[in-house]
Design a protein around this ligand. Structure first.
Ligand SMILES: Cc1ncc(COP(=O)(O)O)c(C=O)c1O
Length: 368
Protein backbone atom coordinates (compact mmCIF):
# COMPACT_ATOMS: atom_id res chain seq x y z
CA UNK A 1 0.00 0.00 0.00
CA UNK A 2 1.29 3.48 -0.88
CA UNK A 3 0.97 6.54 1.37
CA UNK A 4 0.71 8.60 -1.83
CA UNK A 5 0.53 6.73 -5.16
CA UNK A 6 1.88 8.72 -8.11
CA UNK A 7 2.52 5.67 -10.29
CA UNK A 8 -1.13 4.71 -10.89
CA UNK A 9 -1.88 8.34 -11.68
CA UNK A 10 1.01 8.43 -14.14
CA UNK A 11 -0.36 5.40 -15.97
CA UNK A 12 -3.59 7.34 -16.59
CA UNK A 13 -1.84 10.29 -18.22
CA UNK A 14 1.39 8.83 -19.61
CA UNK A 15 0.44 9.10 -23.30
CA UNK A 16 -0.63 12.72 -22.89
CA UNK A 17 2.58 13.50 -21.00
CA UNK A 18 4.71 12.04 -23.79
CA UNK A 19 2.89 14.09 -26.43
CA UNK A 20 3.43 17.26 -24.41
CA UNK A 21 7.10 16.48 -23.70
CA UNK A 22 7.67 15.82 -27.43
CA UNK A 23 6.15 19.20 -28.25
CA UNK A 24 8.56 20.92 -25.85
CA UNK A 25 11.53 19.03 -27.30
CA UNK A 26 10.41 20.30 -30.72
CA UNK A 27 9.86 23.97 -29.82
CA UNK A 28 12.78 24.14 -27.39
CA UNK A 29 11.38 26.95 -25.20
CA UNK A 30 12.27 25.28 -21.91
CA UNK A 31 11.87 28.46 -19.88
CA UNK A 32 8.69 30.59 -20.21
CA UNK A 33 7.49 28.43 -23.13
CA UNK A 34 3.87 28.42 -24.37
CA UNK A 35 2.93 25.85 -21.68
CA UNK A 36 3.39 28.55 -19.03
CA UNK A 37 0.73 30.86 -20.51
CA UNK A 38 -1.60 27.93 -21.12
CA UNK A 39 -1.23 26.72 -17.53
CA UNK A 40 -1.65 30.18 -15.99
CA UNK A 41 -4.85 30.75 -17.95
CA UNK A 42 -6.25 27.37 -16.82
CA UNK A 43 -5.29 27.96 -13.17
CA UNK A 44 -6.87 31.42 -13.11
CA UNK A 45 -10.10 30.17 -14.76
CA UNK A 46 -10.29 27.22 -12.39
CA UNK A 47 -10.07 29.37 -9.26
CA UNK A 48 -12.06 32.30 -10.64
CA UNK A 49 -9.27 34.80 -10.15
CA UNK A 50 -7.80 37.38 -12.57
CA UNK A 51 -4.13 36.45 -12.32
CA UNK A 52 -2.34 33.15 -11.79
CA UNK A 53 1.44 33.47 -11.83
CA UNK A 54 3.37 30.22 -11.94
CA UNK A 55 6.67 30.07 -10.07
CA UNK A 56 9.43 27.76 -8.93
CA UNK A 57 7.94 26.44 -5.66
CA UNK A 58 5.30 26.97 -3.02
CA UNK A 59 7.98 28.63 -0.90
CA UNK A 60 8.67 31.20 -3.63
CA UNK A 61 4.92 31.66 -4.11
CA UNK A 62 4.85 32.91 -0.50
CA UNK A 63 8.12 34.83 -0.67
CA UNK A 64 7.47 36.76 -3.90
CA UNK A 65 4.29 38.59 -2.73
CA UNK A 66 6.02 39.49 0.57
CA UNK A 67 8.86 40.97 -1.50
CA UNK A 68 6.33 42.78 -3.72
CA UNK A 69 4.91 44.49 -0.62
CA UNK A 70 8.38 45.41 0.57
CA UNK A 71 8.02 43.49 3.84
CA UNK A 72 11.29 43.39 5.78
CA UNK A 73 13.06 44.23 9.04
CA UNK A 74 10.79 45.76 11.68
CA UNK A 75 7.64 44.20 10.20
CA UNK A 76 5.47 41.58 11.90
CA UNK A 77 3.80 38.82 9.89
CA UNK A 78 1.30 36.61 11.72
CA UNK A 79 1.12 32.89 11.07
CA UNK A 80 0.75 29.60 12.91
CA UNK A 81 3.30 27.33 14.58
CA UNK A 82 1.50 24.23 13.25
CA UNK A 83 2.56 24.24 9.62
CA UNK A 84 5.36 23.23 7.30
CA UNK A 85 8.28 25.47 8.21
CA UNK A 86 8.41 27.14 4.76
CA UNK A 87 5.49 29.32 5.89
CA UNK A 88 7.52 30.97 8.64
CA UNK A 89 10.83 30.71 6.81
CA UNK A 90 9.85 33.17 4.07
CA UNK A 91 9.09 35.80 6.72
CA UNK A 92 12.48 35.25 8.37
CA UNK A 93 14.39 35.29 5.05
CA UNK A 94 13.22 38.87 4.52
CA UNK A 95 14.29 39.94 8.00
CA UNK A 96 10.68 40.40 9.12
CA UNK A 97 9.45 38.74 12.32
CA UNK A 98 7.08 35.76 12.32
CA UNK A 99 4.54 36.33 15.10
CA UNK A 100 3.00 32.97 15.88
CA UNK A 101 -0.64 32.38 16.79
CA UNK A 102 -1.94 29.05 18.07
CA UNK A 103 -4.48 27.01 16.10
CA UNK A 104 -7.95 25.59 16.70
CA UNK A 105 -7.95 22.10 18.16
CA UNK A 106 -10.63 21.07 15.64
CA UNK A 107 -9.44 22.29 12.21
CA UNK A 108 -5.75 22.80 13.10
CA UNK A 109 -5.96 26.25 11.40
CA UNK A 110 -5.18 29.70 12.84
CA UNK A 111 -7.41 30.68 15.79
CA UNK A 112 -8.95 34.03 14.84
CA UNK A 113 -9.62 35.14 18.43
CA UNK A 114 -5.99 34.53 19.36
CA UNK A 115 -4.95 36.24 16.13
CA UNK A 116 -6.67 39.47 17.16
CA UNK A 117 -5.10 39.25 20.64
CA UNK A 118 -1.64 38.96 19.05
CA UNK A 119 -2.28 41.81 16.60
CA UNK A 120 -3.34 44.07 19.50
CA UNK A 121 -0.30 43.01 21.54
CA UNK A 122 2.12 43.85 18.73
CA UNK A 123 0.47 47.26 18.24
CA UNK A 124 0.61 47.96 22.01
CA UNK A 125 4.27 46.88 22.29
CA UNK A 126 5.12 49.29 19.47
CA UNK A 127 8.31 47.44 18.51
CA UNK A 128 7.13 45.92 15.22
CA UNK A 129 4.83 47.12 12.46
CA UNK A 130 2.04 44.61 11.84
CA UNK A 131 1.97 44.08 8.09
CA UNK A 132 0.45 40.77 7.02
CA UNK A 133 -1.23 37.51 7.97
CA UNK A 134 -0.35 34.14 6.41
CA UNK A 135 -3.17 31.74 7.31
CA UNK A 136 -2.44 28.13 6.35
CA UNK A 137 -5.09 25.79 4.89
CA UNK A 138 -3.74 22.79 6.74
CA UNK A 139 -4.02 19.38 5.04
CA UNK A 140 -6.40 20.94 2.49
CA UNK A 141 -8.97 22.56 4.82
CA UNK A 142 -9.28 26.32 4.23
CA UNK A 143 -8.80 28.70 7.17
CA UNK A 144 -11.66 31.02 8.28
CA UNK A 145 -11.26 33.70 5.65
CA UNK A 146 -14.39 35.69 6.51
CA UNK A 147 -13.05 36.39 9.99
CA UNK A 148 -9.45 36.77 8.81
CA UNK A 149 -10.40 39.28 6.11
CA UNK A 150 -12.43 41.28 8.67
CA UNK A 151 -9.40 41.44 10.97
CA UNK A 152 -7.15 42.39 8.04
CA UNK A 153 -9.47 45.27 7.16
CA UNK A 154 -9.74 46.41 10.79
CA UNK A 155 -5.96 46.49 11.32
CA UNK A 156 -4.90 47.32 7.75
CA UNK A 157 -3.02 44.08 7.13
CA UNK A 158 -2.34 42.12 3.95
CA UNK A 159 -3.43 38.48 3.76
CA UNK A 160 -1.54 35.74 1.90
CA UNK A 161 -3.42 32.48 1.89
CA UNK A 162 -0.93 29.62 2.25
CA UNK A 163 -2.84 27.29 -0.06
CA UNK A 164 0.16 24.98 -0.59
CA UNK A 165 -1.97 22.03 0.52
CA UNK A 166 -5.43 23.21 -0.49
CA UNK A 167 -5.53 23.82 -4.23
CA UNK A 168 -8.99 22.62 -5.35
CA UNK A 169 -10.64 23.23 -1.93
CA UNK A 170 -13.44 25.77 -1.42
CA UNK A 171 -15.66 27.61 1.06
CA UNK A 172 -19.32 28.05 0.07
CA UNK A 173 -18.35 27.20 -3.53
CA UNK A 174 -15.65 29.89 -3.58
CA UNK A 175 -12.39 28.28 -4.60
CA UNK A 176 -9.11 28.52 -2.73
CA UNK A 177 -6.87 31.01 -4.53
CA UNK A 178 -9.46 33.77 -4.21
CA UNK A 179 -9.15 34.48 -0.48
CA UNK A 180 -7.07 37.30 0.94
CA UNK A 181 -5.03 39.69 -1.20
CA UNK A 182 -2.90 36.91 -2.62
CA UNK A 183 -2.87 33.11 -2.43
CA UNK A 184 0.13 30.83 -2.82
CA UNK A 185 0.06 27.16 -3.76
CA UNK A 186 2.66 24.42 -4.16
CA UNK A 187 2.97 21.89 -6.97
CA UNK A 188 5.40 19.68 -5.03
CA UNK A 189 4.84 16.12 -6.38
CA UNK A 190 2.88 14.93 -3.33
CA UNK A 191 0.41 17.83 -3.41
CA UNK A 192 -3.15 17.32 -4.74
CA UNK A 193 -2.01 18.95 -8.01
CA UNK A 194 1.70 18.21 -8.22
CA UNK A 195 4.35 18.29 -10.92
CA UNK A 196 7.48 16.12 -11.27
CA UNK A 197 9.81 18.50 -9.47
CA UNK A 198 9.31 21.78 -7.64
CA UNK A 199 6.67 24.28 -8.66
CA UNK A 200 4.12 26.73 -7.33
CA UNK A 201 1.70 29.50 -8.22
CA UNK A 202 0.56 32.88 -6.95
CA UNK A 203 -3.08 33.99 -7.35
CA UNK A 204 -4.48 37.50 -7.10
CA UNK A 205 -7.12 39.86 -8.44
CA UNK A 206 -4.79 42.83 -7.91
CA UNK A 207 -3.22 43.98 -11.17
CA UNK A 208 -0.39 45.91 -9.53
CA UNK A 209 0.71 43.04 -7.29
CA UNK A 210 0.40 40.60 -10.20
CA UNK A 211 2.77 42.70 -12.31
CA UNK A 212 5.27 43.02 -9.46
CA UNK A 213 5.17 39.26 -8.75
CA UNK A 214 5.74 38.50 -12.45
CA UNK A 215 8.72 40.81 -12.45
CA UNK A 216 10.22 39.48 -9.19
CA UNK A 217 10.04 35.86 -10.40
CA UNK A 218 12.19 36.91 -13.40
CA UNK A 219 15.00 38.81 -11.61
CA UNK A 220 12.98 42.01 -11.29
CA UNK A 221 12.73 42.48 -15.06
CA UNK A 222 9.81 43.03 -17.45
CA UNK A 223 9.08 41.60 -20.89
CA UNK A 224 10.32 44.89 -22.38
CA UNK A 225 13.91 44.15 -21.40
CA UNK A 226 15.03 40.99 -19.63
CA UNK A 227 18.49 42.51 -19.13
CA UNK A 228 17.35 45.53 -17.13
CA UNK A 229 16.42 45.05 -13.49
CA UNK A 230 13.56 47.27 -12.25
CA UNK A 231 13.58 45.83 -8.73
CA UNK A 232 15.34 43.13 -6.72
CA UNK A 233 13.98 39.77 -7.79
CA UNK A 234 14.80 36.07 -8.00
CA UNK A 235 15.09 33.21 -10.41
CA UNK A 236 11.59 32.11 -9.46
CA UNK A 237 10.17 30.72 -12.71
CA UNK A 238 8.39 27.42 -13.33
CA UNK A 239 9.83 25.57 -16.33
CA UNK A 240 7.90 24.42 -19.39
CA UNK A 241 8.32 20.69 -18.62
CA UNK A 242 6.71 21.10 -15.19
CA UNK A 243 3.90 23.19 -16.69
CA UNK A 244 3.29 20.35 -19.18
CA UNK A 245 2.99 17.84 -16.33
CA UNK A 246 0.52 20.09 -14.54
CA UNK A 247 -1.57 20.64 -17.69
CA UNK A 248 -1.88 16.90 -18.19
CA UNK A 249 -2.70 16.26 -14.52
CA UNK A 250 -5.30 19.01 -14.67
CA UNK A 251 -7.38 16.88 -17.06
CA UNK A 252 -8.05 14.38 -14.25
CA UNK A 253 -7.82 16.73 -11.25
CA UNK A 254 -11.54 17.11 -10.48
CA UNK A 255 -12.07 13.37 -10.82
CA UNK A 256 -9.19 12.81 -8.39
CA UNK A 257 -10.69 15.28 -5.91
CA UNK A 258 -13.94 13.26 -6.00
CA UNK A 259 -12.03 10.04 -5.38
CA UNK A 260 -10.26 11.63 -2.40
CA UNK A 261 -13.61 12.89 -1.08
CA UNK A 262 -15.05 9.39 -1.26
CA UNK A 263 -12.16 7.98 0.80
CA UNK A 264 -12.43 10.83 3.28
CA UNK A 265 -16.17 10.15 3.70
CA UNK A 266 -15.48 6.52 4.54
CA UNK A 267 -12.72 7.41 7.00
CA UNK A 268 -14.98 9.99 8.65
CA UNK A 269 -17.92 7.62 8.98
CA UNK A 270 -15.78 5.03 10.74
CA UNK A 271 -12.95 6.75 12.60
CA UNK A 272 -13.13 9.13 15.57
CA UNK A 273 -11.06 12.28 16.03
CA UNK A 274 -10.54 13.18 12.37
CA UNK A 275 -9.61 16.74 11.39
CA UNK A 276 -12.84 18.75 11.54
CA UNK A 277 -14.14 20.19 8.27
CA UNK A 278 -16.64 23.04 8.87
CA UNK A 279 -20.02 23.03 7.09
CA UNK A 280 -19.83 24.46 3.57
CA UNK A 281 -16.07 23.88 3.49
CA UNK A 282 -14.66 21.42 0.97
CA UNK A 283 -11.16 20.06 1.60
CA UNK A 284 -8.78 19.07 -1.17
CA UNK A 285 -7.64 16.24 1.15
CA UNK A 286 -3.93 16.70 0.59
CA UNK A 287 -3.49 14.70 3.79
CA UNK A 288 -5.89 12.90 6.09
CA UNK A 289 -5.04 13.30 9.76
CA UNK A 290 -6.46 11.89 12.95
CA UNK A 291 -5.66 12.45 16.62
CA UNK A 292 -4.73 9.64 18.97
CA UNK A 293 -5.14 9.86 22.76
CA UNK A 294 -1.46 10.33 23.55
CA UNK A 295 2.04 10.17 22.08
CA UNK A 296 2.42 6.59 23.36
CA UNK A 297 -0.90 5.55 21.83
CA UNK A 298 0.21 7.07 18.54
CA UNK A 299 3.54 5.25 18.55
CA UNK A 300 1.85 1.94 19.30
CA UNK A 301 -0.66 2.54 16.52
CA UNK A 302 2.10 3.36 14.03
CA UNK A 303 3.82 0.05 14.85
CA UNK A 304 0.62 -1.94 14.56
CA UNK A 305 -0.19 -0.36 11.20
CA UNK A 306 3.34 -1.03 10.00
CA UNK A 307 2.93 -4.74 10.84
CA UNK A 308 -0.04 -4.72 8.48
CA UNK A 309 1.89 -2.85 5.74
CA UNK A 310 -0.08 0.35 6.29
CA UNK A 311 2.23 3.38 5.93
CA UNK A 312 1.62 6.48 8.04
CA UNK A 313 3.42 9.80 8.54
CA UNK A 314 3.48 12.46 11.23
CA UNK A 315 2.73 15.99 10.03
CA UNK A 316 4.07 17.79 12.05
CA UNK A 317 6.27 16.32 14.75
CA UNK A 318 7.68 19.73 15.71
CA UNK A 319 5.76 23.00 15.81
CA UNK A 320 7.71 25.93 14.36
CA UNK A 321 8.61 27.50 17.72
CA UNK A 322 10.32 24.30 18.91
CA UNK A 323 12.61 23.96 15.88
CA UNK A 324 16.24 25.00 16.28
CA UNK A 325 16.09 27.16 13.16
CA UNK A 326 13.55 29.41 14.88
CA UNK A 327 15.26 29.58 18.31
CA UNK A 328 16.08 33.21 17.62
CA UNK A 329 12.38 34.09 18.01
CA UNK A 330 12.79 33.15 21.70
CA UNK A 331 9.57 31.23 22.05
CA UNK A 332 9.53 28.37 24.54
CA UNK A 333 7.82 25.09 25.21
CA UNK A 334 4.32 25.84 26.52
CA UNK A 335 3.79 28.99 24.42
CA UNK A 336 1.42 27.28 21.97
CA UNK A 337 -0.21 24.41 23.88
CA UNK A 338 -2.66 23.35 21.15
CA UNK A 339 0.02 23.05 18.48
CA UNK A 340 2.33 21.25 20.91
CA UNK A 341 -0.41 18.81 21.83
CA UNK A 342 -1.29 18.19 18.17
CA UNK A 343 2.32 17.47 17.31
CA UNK A 344 2.31 14.67 19.90
CA UNK A 345 -1.01 13.08 18.95
CA UNK A 346 -1.43 13.60 15.23
CA UNK A 347 -1.11 10.87 12.61
CA UNK A 348 -1.69 11.03 8.85
CA UNK A 349 -3.23 8.01 7.14
CA UNK A 350 -2.73 7.02 3.51
CA UNK A 351 -4.67 9.44 1.28
CA UNK A 352 -4.60 9.39 -2.50
CA UNK A 353 -7.21 8.88 -5.21
CA UNK A 354 -6.14 5.32 -6.03
CA UNK A 355 -6.56 3.57 -2.67
CA UNK A 356 -8.66 0.47 -3.35
CA UNK A 357 -11.83 -0.32 -1.40
CA UNK A 358 -10.00 -3.26 0.23
CA UNK A 359 -7.16 -0.97 1.32
CA UNK A 360 -9.53 1.65 2.75
CA UNK A 361 -11.38 -1.05 4.71
CA UNK A 362 -8.11 -2.52 5.98
CA UNK A 363 -6.99 0.90 7.23
CA UNK A 364 -10.33 1.55 8.91
CA UNK A 365 -10.32 -1.90 10.61
CA UNK A 366 -6.79 -1.34 11.88
CA UNK A 367 -7.57 2.10 13.28
CA UNK A 368 -10.79 0.94 14.94
C1 LIG B 1 1.83 24.66 4.27
C2 LIG B 1 2.95 24.71 3.30
N1 LIG B 1 3.47 25.91 2.96
C3 LIG B 1 4.48 26.02 2.08
C4 LIG B 1 5.04 24.91 1.48
C5 LIG B 1 6.19 25.07 0.56
O1 LIG B 1 5.96 24.55 -0.72
P1 LIG B 1 7.18 24.01 -1.60
O2 LIG B 1 7.64 22.74 -1.01
O3 LIG B 1 6.56 23.82 -2.96
O4 LIG B 1 8.22 25.07 -1.62
C6 LIG B 1 4.52 23.64 1.78
C7 LIG B 1 5.09 22.43 1.16
O5 LIG B 1 5.01 21.33 1.65
C8 LIG B 1 3.46 23.54 2.71
O6 LIG B 1 2.93 22.35 3.03
Amino acid sequence: MEFIDLKTQQNRIRDGLKTRFDRILDHGAYIMGPEIDELEEKLADYCGVKHAISCSSGTDALLIPLMAWGIGPGDAVFTTPFTYHATAEVISILGATPVLVDVYESTFNIDCEKLEIQIKRVIKDGKLNPKAIIPVDLFGVPARYRLIEDLAKKYDLKVIEDAAQSFGASIRNQKVGTFGDVAATSFYPAKPLGCYGDGGAIFTNNEEIAEKCKSIRFHGTTEKDRYHSEMIGLNGRLDSMQAAVLLEKFTIFDDELDLRQNISNQYRENINNCQYIPNDYVSSHALFSILLDSEEARNKKIEKLKENQIPTTIYYKYPIHLMAGFNYLEYKNGDFPISENLSKKILSLPMHPYLSQTEVELIIDNIK
